[in-house]
Structure formats: C-alpha cells, structure tokens
Ligand binder design. Sequence first.
Ligand SMILES: Cc1cc2nc3c(=O)[nH]c(=O)nc-3n(C[C@H](O)[C@H](O)[C@H](O)COP(=O)(O)OP(=O)(O)OC[C@H]3O[C@@H](n4cnc5c(N)ncnc54)[C@H](O)[C@@H]3O)c2cc1C
Length: 532
Amino acid sequence: MQQHDVLIIGTGAAGLSLALKLADNANIAVLSKGALTEGATLYAQGGVSAVLGEQGSQDSVDSHINDTVTAGAGLCNRDVVRFVVEGAHASVSWLINQGVSFTLNDNPNNMARFHLNQEGGHSHRRIIHAADSTGKAIETTLESRARAHPNIHIFEHHIAIDLITSQKLGLTGNTCFGAYVLDINSNQIKTFSVRKVVIATGGVGKVYLYTSNPDSCTGDGIAMAWRAGCRIANMEFIQFHPTCLYHPQAKSFLISEALRGEGAKLILPNGERFMQHYDKNAELAPRDIVARAIDHEMKRAGLPCVYLDISHQSKSFIARHFPTINNRCQQLGIELSKEPVPVVPAAHYTCGGIMIDPHGRTDIDGLYAIGEASCSGLHGANRMASNSLLECLVFAHAACEDIQQTLATSPVPHALPKWDASRVTDSDEEVVVSHNWDELRRFMWDYVGIVRTTKRLQRAKNRIQLLKSEITDYYGHFRISKDLLELRNIAVIAELIIESALNRKESIGLHYSNDYPKTNTTSYQNTILKKP
Ligand SMILES: Cc1cc2nc3c(=O)[nH]c(=O)nc-3n(C[C@H](O)[C@H](O)[C@H](O)COP(=O)(O)OP(=O)(O)OC[C@H]3O[C@@H](n4cnc5c(N)ncnc54)[C@H](O)[C@@H]3O)c2cc1C
C-alpha cells in the first residue's frame, strides 16, 4: 500500500505545477501513465495568454476577458474568466521563477521585455512563448524541478484504474480516499491511500480517429470521475484543428495555420480550391469554419484527406519560416515548395470535463480536477487559443491553496482493500481490444465529428452501447492491461460526448448540427450529465 498526503494523477502543466506548489508542506505522489513528460503539454506550440502590463502595451485584463467570452459564444462563466485572466500575471511570473526561458523581445523600438505573439481571437499581442515549443520549455523545466524535490514521489508508467471512494467501499458520505493503479512494467496493481486526490489527466483527443493529441489523451480522469459519480459538463464542445498532417507514419502532427497566413491554399485532389465557397476570407476564415468546410468536402466526395499547397513560396522561405514543419515533411518525402501536403482536421482540445468550482473541487470530498480534464467555466462553447495552459496554471494554484488549508483536517489515509483479481484470467482474445479501439475511433470520427446530425448521433449511440457491453464483459473476465483500461475509458468518453451532443438542440461554438443550425440565444445553458 502506498500512503501519501496527496495523489496527483497526471504530470502535465497542471499536475506538475500543483505538485511543486504543494511539495514543501506535504508528501506528494504523482503518476504518469507513460514517461513523465509525455502529455499534451509537451507538444503545445503557441504559448500562454497573459496580460503582463508590459511597457507600451495597449492590452488590458478587460480586453482579455472580453475576447475569451466572445470566443466562448456566451457560455463562459464570466466570474471564472476574470479569475483566470487576473491570475495570468502571477502564473507566468511563477513559471519564470521556476526557470522557464520565454522568448525575449529583440525589437529595440519596443519597450516590452518579452516577445508577445498574437493568435486567433485575441485582440492584442498577449501570448508569451518560448519560440515555437513553449510546452516543451514548460514541461521540461517543471520536470527537472519535480525530480529534484525530495517530497515529490514520481511513479512513471503507472496508470490509474479507478478512484476509491466511500461509496465504492459501502461507507456513508461522499469522500475520495485514493486510487487503484496498475504498474505497467511489473503488471502489479497498487493501492494508493491518501488524504486528497487530484485528477490532472488531460483531454480526450484519442477518442477520434484523427487527433493532434498524444496517445495519453484517452480521457481517463474524466471517465474515472464519471464512474465515481461526479458531474461532467459540456462534452459536446470538442475543438478540431483544421490541418493535421495525413500520413501513415506521421501521428498527431499539426500543420500550423501560419502557412495559410503566408498564402497556402486548400485544394482537392484535382487541384481545385474550395474555401472561397464557404467564407469570404477563404483559407483565412476562423478555425471552426475551415474545419467544417474540409469535413464537408471529404464527406461529399468520400476523400481520405484534402491538400494544403504552399508551393508558390520558395524552398528557402519555407525553411526559414516553418523549420519544424518543413523538416518533418522532408523526413516523410514531402517537398513543400514543390507539392501540396495532405491534411485532415483533427480533434485538438476538450472544452468540457469534470465540473469544478473555483478551487478545483469536484462533487466528491477530497477529489479535485485541474487542467484540460476539468470544466471550470473558462472556455464555454469554444476555447480561445493559449488560454488552456493558463487555465492549468491558475487552477493548480487555486487547488494548492484549498488543499493546504484543508489537508490537516482531512481523513488520514486508510487501510484500503486490495484490488481483487481472483476472478479474472489471461485473455486469449486480445484482438477484441484492438478491434474495438479502431471501430470506436472511426465511428466517432464519422458520426460524432465536426458536423453532426441527430441520425448519425443516434447511430453512434447504438454502436457505443453494443461496444460498452462487450468491453464490460471483457473487463470482468480478463486481466487488465493499459490498452484495455484506455479502451474502457474512451468508451465512456464517447458515450458522454454523444449524449451531450444529442442533448444540445442548437448549433453554438464548437457544436454544429445540420438539424439545428441556429443558436438558441434565449437560453445559453451548459450541458451537465450526472450518472443516474
Ligand atoms: C499539439 C498541441 C498544441 C497545443 N498548443 C497549445 C498552446 O500553444 N497554448 C495552450 O494554451 N494550449 C495548447 N494546447 C493545449 C494544451 O497543451 C493542453 O490543454 C494542456 O497542456 C493540458 O495540460 P494538462 O496538464 O491538463 O494535461 P497533459 O499535459 O495532457 O498531461 C496529462 C497527464 O496525465 C497523465 N495521465 C493520463 N491518464 C492517466 C492515468 N489513467 N493514470 C496516470 N496518469 C495519467 C499523462 O501521462 C500526463 O502525464 C495544445 C495542445 C496540443 C495537443
């Protein structure tokens, strides 16, 4: 039995920030299901949005709030937006103190210390960044700090299976006491008994066939919280990035919208452009419009992908402006100055998640959720670029304050029952797991993707019910593995997305239904699901 003060499930920006903030006063266990740095944070390119009060800037907190609320299409919680935006300055300062090297301003006419970028939806330059790999700079800095801290106990290649709650143990009340965790290398199941549990497991992109997310994004934390009885909100709002590289050897690689900014055109296999039929700004239309247009063209003509053509630019221009993308394409034999690159839209960001209050608390005592796994009210129906890392940092701080105030009075770690594996055997049909993974991700892409209809959602609902019963049966009979646990979780996530999408009888933000193309401006409701 592992006994600690706090168990943090997840080691991205959210989990590691919280661990470091708590560690001087508490004994912390952190889990990552792969290597410690592997998660969405590592791949974040753009940066962190923050009004830093830099000299010469016309930006303001109110402007950042208004931009966020506009992007969220009326569904943001304005108090939460203010709370997060006001917390940005302190969060960025904390990162700098940890040692993150943000790109400095090298323009002698500009008085600001840091170079700030501007991204879609932001009315000012306010994205602090570390070149084009901000996430890597943050993640690796936090990693080295965490590895050096004597109170942080790191469990890599450990996958949390389920939470241990009073309800599960047949006790009164509604408290979380710990979690069962599979040590992937030794195949042993460990019991963690703690005073507080924090879910920081990131998003759900892997539930779709195409995603910009790394393999870890299977929504485990959201699925665990759902099984334990937490409310889950706004799961229909999945953000799709319009252009992810489509190549058998290139998993989850984004082709930045900056290429379209430099004149790249979206074309069909016959070389015809199509974006001009969808928006007056053609290729420079907002992300969700471009993603919907590509999706429409792919479905209309049964295409596996469309193409992005920047061949009007010279080889040297492309190499200078897009070094990372150029290198990756060249590795795959694609010469951008000569030929178009195949692209598909891809699931990118999960706006919904475990409902939390401004302290990161969930519906269960002692259980917190922070980062992309949570639904704080910040994003509403659509996330504004670079607000997500900020949310991780601000809520890590908020949860830290609450945990520090309440840790001493929380129940001491219990002697919890061991995991019971007496009724399961080794599987003789692993093929069921891999087949169901593929089937689920494909029908989620085809039926619950960028443009939805009630008929397709119903079709997906029937499929998921069948799959879920098959998975439950398999789970009850065979020894668990990482693949099986993740499959069980993406099935829950798929069901939550389908159910939320069916509940929303309008098109708003990231949810678009052909059957309900208008927004219902009189209601502006969140979709909240609770297990019966
Ligand atoms: C390609 C890409 C580019 C992006 N660019 C930006 C950007 O520029 N700016 C911005 O603000 N946002 C960006 N985002 C979004 C942002 O990166 C994420 O929202 C953020 O990093 C999420 O951080 P997190 O800590 O919540 O989760 P993650 O960083 O995904 O970490 C999740 C952690 O949970 C662990 N975990 C998951 N399940 C389990 C389990 N069952 N047991 C144990 N451990 C588990 C994982 O191993 C991992 O350590 C981008 C995302 C992607 C994919």
